[in-house]
Design a protein around this ligand. Structure first.
Ligand code: EPZ
Length: 460
């Protein structure tokens, strides 16, 4: 029986809004039960938030469908509203965005609403086109590395923007004649920097050529959104994107691509708890690399018209994985996978080549009985496919190690999700604190856990 235990009285935990944040401070989880049942994934956190920003570029209203009810979306919504955009919730996960009233916002309002998100940096291009200026507060985002924005600022300067770094953030201004097209080469296929270029180039005067671009499915979906608005964007097989600037853009009507990261998270939960989870809305083409690793690790999956069924196919097996940019194994998938690998019979390695500090979460798993050694500089291994980067780390996971309950504190979004499934897989009771971070990327998280048979209480 899942109860919300607080000063008042016990109640069924729910993600619906109430006086206090239903995500509460802590989950008390009684583990040892497989997760079985069905969950639905909505639009991708890492597309929907960007498509909302893109609405600023349109001269008419936009409609975004399958919008997830997560705090990253709420942050972008309030940032748009402080800039005068009217955002209407039309029900059925549909948002209507009307940019006709867009105005400059005051610093303190922007700062108050920026939250722990990195999305504000993507407001630069649209605000420079719309208002000739922009102020972006210091960014939030998961503490999984330094999270620099040098690629973003270099790109904006290439478009002709003036960038001024202030103690509280950055102020940008466009030249009187407006921003112009640019030739930009990214040192690394950064998702955010690619989005920065796309959202700026579509209304710049002239053509932009972007080399070394990210090509994740969420990027391609953002290109589809911009094309619907009237943008002219083409791309080549070697990560080169061409954008021909246009004088005006109209609103879009778009259904966001599904959230691959959430789908992969629930798949790993099925592996870790020896469960059987149907993820409605998940699609095979965008998850090919994940599905290969899932199968090699001993998982079994069935592709249906309306989703994918994930479960164990027998004993879990060790794997060698390197995170990479698309179409490689996404860095966002490695944390939940590592929890499952603690139950595999043998030694697995996970090279994290995208972020320099995304394996710190494994310490708490060791507290729960796992055997994970992190090599801070990574290590050479015959199977490695990705050219070594200075920022990589590697984890060696030796299993199987039965997990037992422990008290842990959530470090970041995917690490927090991973702690919850580790606690569900463990024998005994765990206390997982700081779970509100999980709300940034997983909508109706408590409702889904309850639907899958998890036994937990929410304690404020
Ligand atoms: C996006 O982050 C996602 N976040 C991340 O998902 C995801 O892990 C990441 O892309 C990689 O796929 C959102 O879309 C909101 P990057 P982003 O720019 O854009 C370095 C999640 O869990 N870099 O591709 O910030 C950077 O330090 C989150 O949903 C620079 O050096 O990622 C990192 O090492 C976590 N300078 C690498 O590039 C820059 O200016 C990849 O970063 C920008 C990035």
């Amino acid at each position: 029986m899942n109860t919300l235990v607080s000063d008042a009285s016990a109640a069924q935990p729910s993600d619906s809004s109430g006086d206090s944040d239903p995500m509460g401070r802590m989950l008390v989880i009684r583990g040892g039960r497989p997760l079985t049942g069905r969950v639905e994934v909505k639009g991708a956190k890492n597309l929907a938030t960007k498509a909302m920003v893109a609405a600023l570029l349109g001269e008419t209203e936009s409609v975004l469908r399958d919008v997830p009810d997560i705090s990253d979306v709420h942050v972008v919504r309030s940032l748009l509203e402080v800039h005068g955009v009217t955002v209407t919730d039309e029900g059925d996960d549909v948002l209507r965005l009307d940019p006709s009233g867009a105005v400059s916002a005051h610093f303190e309002e922007i700062d108050a609403h920026a939250g722990a998100s990195r999305i504000p940096i993507l407001f630069c291009g649209p605000l420079l086109h719309l208002l000739g200026q922009a102020f972006i507060p210091d960014l939030g985002g998961c503490r999984i590395g330094d999270r620099p924005i040098d690629f973003h600022l270099d790109a904006l300067r290439a478009f002709g923007a003036t960038v001024e770094k202030l103690p509280s953030g950055i102020r940008l201004s466009a030249p009187a004649e407006g921003l112009h097209g640019a030739d930009i080469t990214l040192p690394y296929p950064s998702v955010g920097a690619t989005e920065q270029v796309l959202l700026t180039a579509v209304r710049a005067k002239g053509t932009t050529e972007l080399r070394g671009a990210a090509i994740e499915p969420e990027i391609m979906d953002l290109i589809a959104v911009l094309q619907k608005m009237g943008a002219i964007i083409s791309y080549e097989p070697n990560r080169v994107i061409f954008i021909e600037g246009v004088d005006s853009l109209r609103g879009y009507d778009h259904r966001a691509i599904f959230d691959r990261n959430e789908a992969a998270s629930w798949a790993c939960a099925a592996l870790a708890t020896d469960g059987d989870i149907f993820v409605g809305g998940a699609k095979q083409p965008e998850m090919l690399t994940f599905l290969n690793v899932f199968r090699k690790a001993g998982g079994d999956f069935d592709i249906a018209e309306d989703g994918i069924r994930f479960r164990r196919g027998g004993a879990l097996k060790p794997v060698v994985v390197e995170t990479d940019v698309h179409p490689g194994f996404m860095t966002d998938w490695q944390q939940p996978l590592i929890v499952a690998l603690t139950q595999a019979e043998g030694v697995s390695t996970v090279h994290e080549t995208v972020y320099e500090n995304r394996l710190g979460f494994t310490q708490a798993l060791n507290k729960m009985g796992a055997d994970i050694v992190v090599h801070p500089e990574g290590f050479a291994s015959p199977e490695r496919r990705v050219a070594r980067r200075a920022l990589e780390q590697a984890a060696v996971i030796t299993g199987p190690t039965p997990l037992h309950g422990a008290d842990v504190v959530v470090p970041d979004l995917r690490g927090g999700y991973s702690y919850v499934i580790a606690a569900l897989a463990a024998e005994g009771t765990s206390h997982v604190r700081g779970v509100e971070i999980i709300r940034r990327g997983y909508e109706k998280f408590f409702d889904k856990l309850t639907a899958l048979g998890a036994d937990f209480d929410v304690v404020d």
